[in-house]
Ligand binder design. Structure first.
Ligand code: MRU
Length: 365
């Protein structure tokens, strides 16, 4: 997507061929900084410290991390170590395990001397595939927005609420929840996006707003608690969110606060859709109860970082020193609250039968 009119992906091989480059998302929206990852530890740290984040981009970065590791040592032991190191970085997004297992399964069959080149090719393949999957989500989700637009008076905008950042910054390009939005915008549908700020790390306020601004999509940032009120007053036609892991029965794990949006949408008869590329489906889980929920640092809740009027970026304390803080980063929205899942193979009901119909090749459990 465009940054100041110039097209970017979120991750790419460096021009000198010796490293990977990423957009450092911890610096957005106040600075656009490109970071270089040259080693396994660079890649693991970039995921852990959330320079890259969002389930699909975490998976893609991990695949590149295997390449970085194998360039230095392509033995079985080094491959296992790199796989374990990357897998331990963040627990919730299943795309991480999906990407690591996929690359490792192919590499173990190869002689060590052939592994680094194969890992590079596979990492590139995962990146290109992610973009194609997201284009599939755009094609599947666009008719939902078109149908709402068709019921409106001419020129009246379609209001979509989204939570966290499931945009191009969370993927290699295009985004998941944003894919239908960008498609609707490109099709000339009058669109307005309510952007939940998404405490504590504010991925909505910092990242989704920055993305939409760069693409020229009309949007308004709201505090996380405003969504229910807007729904009660007919200000939201549709909710679309992303997912870090969706169980085989359609239970959806996503950024903390998603569940409350789903409850409010249910209470107000607002359709609640989840954009789910297939690598985000965990076929080994029959429901969402066993999805590991990442507990992140207390400082994300007790402190806030922002830009001062003189341009410097600073961090301030919000809570009284000594008040305990809890920071679960994700929650699970039960399938019964989800109107539908937008996948690259089409839209389906959030249920085991619905997912099985679209993905008959997968076995559950
Ligand atoms: O903690 P993050 O920023 O990695 O969490 C991201 C989200 O929860 C997104 O909504 C989810 O990954 C879907 S990304 C396409």
């Amino acid at each position: 997507m465009n940054v100041s009119g110039r097209p970017f992906r979120t991750i790419w091989p460096s021009a000198d061929g010796a490293a990977i480059e990423i957009i450092d998302q911890t610096r957005l929206p106040h600075a656009f900084v490109i970071a270089r990852l040259a080693t396994l530890n660079d890649a693991a740290e970039a995921i852990r410290a959330m320079l890259v984040r969002g389930a699909p981009l975490i998976g893609a970065t991990a695949a590149w991390g295997l390449w970085l590791a194998l360039r230095a040592d392509a033995s079985n032991a080094a491959l296992d170590h790199a796989h374990a190191t990357l897998l331990a970085t963040r627990p919730t997004a299943v795309n991480l395990r999906w990407a690591l297992d996929r690359v490792r399964a192919e590499l173990v069959a190869l002689a060590p001397a052939a592994r680094a080149d194969a890992a590079r090719r596979m990492a590139m393949e995962i990146c290109d595939e992610d973009v194609a999957l997201n284009r599939g989500l755009a094609a599947a989700g666009l008719p939902l927005i078109q149908a709402i637009a068709a019921r409106k008076k001419s020129g009246e905008r379609v209001n979509v609420l989204t939570h966290c950042n499931a945009g191009w910054l969370a993927t290699v390009d295009v985004g998941t929840a944003t894919a239908p939005l960008y498609a609707a915008h490109a099709a000339g549908i009058p669109l307005h996006v309510w952007v939940d700020e998404t405490r504590p790390r504010n991925q909505g306020a910092s990242l989704t707003a920055w993305e939409l601004l760069n693409q020229g999509v009309s949007h308004t940032v709201i505090v996380d608690n405003a969504g229910g009120h807007l729904m009660q007053h007919d200000q939201v036609d549709l909710v679309i969110v992303g997912t870090d892991r969706t169980a085989a029965n359609g239970d959806v794990c996503n950024k903390i606060g998603t569940y409350l949006k789903a409850l409010a949408a249910h209470d107000n008869g607002v359709p609640f859709y989840v954009a789910v590329p297939s690598p985000s489906i965990d076929w080994s889980l029959q429901d969402g109860r066993k999805i590991p929920i990442e507990e992140r640092s207390a400082a994300e809740v007790s402190h806030l970082t922002g830009r001062r009027s003189d341009g410097t970026v600073t961090t301030v304390a919000l809570t009284p020193e000594g008040s305990p803080v809890a920071n679960p980063a994700f929650d699970v929205t039960p399938a019964r609250l989800v109107t539908g899942l937008i996948t690259e193979r089409g839209v389906t009901e959030a249920s085991a039968a619905g997912l099985r119909r679209l993905f008959p090749e997968h076995r559950v459990g």
